[in-house]
Ligand binder design. Structure first.
Ligand SMILES: CC(C)(COP(=O)(O)OP(=O)(O)OC[C@H]1O[C@@H](n2cnc3c(N)ncnc32)[C@H](O)[C@@H]1OP(=O)(O)O)[C@@H](O)C(=O)NCCC(=O)NCCS
Length: 168
């Protein structure tokens, strides 16, 4: 049986979307404890913002406005000499919507946004090394692996993470 393709749109979130975003991303941490380094307790302790001084959180929604997926892109903060670096953060597509191009659409929206940030020359991300679908997606958009950290986070077992980068 083939599943009907979901139609969706990708738009930036605003500040008022934060509670719904954090609830949605909590679901991600419960579904994927082995590939996401963020835990439900982390979110409870420090909920994420959905508005950024130099970046954007994007959401994919279906025709009824339901969240299907999210991603954040943000300039690295705090160091003048690293202003050319942006980070891709918290990529997640709900399992029920995976494999339909939502992740790729979110990634492309984030990369377009990164190119708009003055002086940003590359986008970095970290990904669990065993997360083949995510690594495949990133590689297919041009990201290259530049580092591997063993025991980067621990859930039921130690997990290695890759750092990947895309020169814009
Ligand atoms: C990784 C993730 C974002 C992909 O989202 P998605 O909407 O399913 O991805 P898409 O449908 O856009 O697929 C894009 C590409 O990813 C790869 N891909 C997606 N699912 C895959 C799978 N199950 N196995 C192998 N490759 C896969 C393919 O290269 C695919 O391209 P193709 O369909 O042209 O072959 C999603 O599975 C997810 O949220 N996973 C859990 C959270 C997570 O690990 N996030 C990444 C943190 S760094």
């Amino acid at each position: 049986m083939t599943r009907a393709k979901t139609t969706f749109s990708v738009e930036p979130l605003v500040g008022a979307d934060a509670p719904a975003y954090n609830q949605f991303f909590r679901q991600a941490t419960l579904e994927h404890p082995d590939t996401l380094r963020i835990s439900p307790a982390d979110i409870a302790a420090a909920p994420f913002k959905t508005e950024h001084a130099e970046g954007t959180t994007f959401a994919a929604r279906d025709d009824a406005g339901r969240l299907l997926g999210v991603v954040t892109v943000e300039r690295e903060a705090g160091r003048e000499k690293r202003r050319h670096v942006a980070w891709l953060l918290r990529m997640y597509v709900a399992r029920s919507s995976s494999g339909q191009g939502v992740g790729r659409a979110l990634l492309r929206a984030a990369l377009t946004r990164a190119r708009e940030l003055p002086g940003v020359a590359k986008v970095n991300l970290t990904v669990a090394a065993h997360n083949g679908s995510a690594v495949g997606l990133y590689e297919s958009e041009g990201f290259q692996t530049i580092a591997r950290e063993p025991d980067a986070f621990r859930d039921s077992q130690p997990r290695a993470e890759l750092t990947m980068t895309l020169t814009l």
